[in-house]
Design a protein around this ligand. Structure first.
Ligand SMILES: Cc1cc2nc3c(=O)[nH]c(=O)nc-3n(C[C@H](O)[C@H](O)[C@H](O)COP(=O)(O)OP(=O)(O)OC[C@H]3O[C@@H](n4cnc5c(N)ncnc54)[C@H](O)[C@@H]3O)c2cc1C
Length: 112
């Protein structure tokens, strides 16, 4: 549907405002919502960020295998017991799409 591209556009805006870059899982690149060079994982690229924020990422080994050794990991997921949240420093159990929209709103308002 249209929600994927819209979410990725919003993610890009939030990332730009924070000085971050956008990565994706294979689900996202296979859907065509992000280019393959943005896929993090064993069949994608390897990153090694200071902070990794996972919006609705389950944390499959093929994905986390591309994460390097991030200093901080935040996982936003409706499933508190998913592997991504299990390895995170901070787990936020909420709707990732709604949180992203709220982040975008606050960053645009300049009151972040
Ligand atoms: C040989 C092989 C190589 C692979 N290589 C890679 C690779 O390089 N990179 C890669 O990423 N994957 C790779 N995969 C795929 C990998 O195994 C996983 O299928 C993939 O990483 C899962 O992506 P995902 O977390 O986006 O999706 P899913 O596994 O579908 O997880 C979605 C997550 O979002 C959560 N969620 C759903 N709705 C919401 C919501 N509204 N708010 C918050 N959370 C929500 C769910 O609880 C779940 O945790 C490979 C697989 C194989 C077999």
């Amino acid at each position: 549907g249209r929600s994927g591209p819209e979410a990725l556009a919003e993610l890009g805006a939030v990332a730009a405002a924070l000085g971050a870059s956008v990565g994706a899982t294979r689900i996202v690149t296979d859907a065509g919502w992000a280019p393959y060079e943005r896929q993090i994982g064993t069949t994608g690229v390897v990153v090694d960020p200071d902070l990794y924020v996972a919006f609705g990422v389950s944390g499959a080994a093929q994905h986390t295998g591309g994460l390097g050794a991030p200093r901080h990991v935040v996982s936003v997921n409706t499933d508190a017991s998913c592997p991504m949240t299990a390895l995170a420093d901070l787990g936020i159990v909420t709707d990732a799409r709604a949180l992203l929209t709220e982040l975008a709103r606050r960053l645009e308002a300049g009151d972040a």
